[in-house]
Design a protein around this ligand. Structure first.
Ligand code: ZN
Length: 135
């Protein structure tokens, strides 16, 4: 597996709108996309810094894993996402090395990416996402 860069850092927030003054007004970043991922019950907002993004994650339902995360740990960094060239191949490789998978196969994520999560229990407590840009 080859990791090319950090694709994004996911940050759990109660309200994207309430955080915009910080990201846009203070940091001077521009939110270029807001998108709801229905099956994740989450609304996402993206900012680009070089080829890396900040992804704000706002729960759209109490059932959302983001809602549960905020309830348990408060707002803050939720996951790190590495860009790789072939997520399914990478999943096989890390699983063979003893990493527990949350997703057995790549699935559709925000922005048309193919994504899969690794279990934090086997990644030093960091929820880890692998992403692949569609070609
Ligand atoms: Zn993500």
């Amino acid at each position: 597996m080859e990791i090319t860069h950090i694709e994004h850092i996911g940050i759990a927030v109660k309200s994207i709108e309430e955080q915009l003054p910080y990201y846009e007004g203070v940091l001077g970043l521009k939110c270029y996309n807001i998108e709801t991922v229905e099956d994740q019950k989450v609304k996402t907002a993206f900012f680009k810094i070089g080829q890396t993004k900040i992804e704000l994650l706002e729960p759209t339902s109490e059932e959302s894993t983001i809602a549960k995360f905020i309830e348990k740990r408060g707002e803050g960094i939720h996951h790190i996402a590495y860009a790789t060239t072939d997520v399914n191949e990478a999943l096989k490789e890390v699983e063979a090395k003893g990493v527990r998978l949350i997703d057995q196969q790549a699935r559709a994520g925000a922005e048309g990416l193919r994504i899969a999560f690794l279990h934090p229990k086997t990644t030093g407590s960091v929820l880890t996402e692998l992403c692949e840009h569609p070609e």
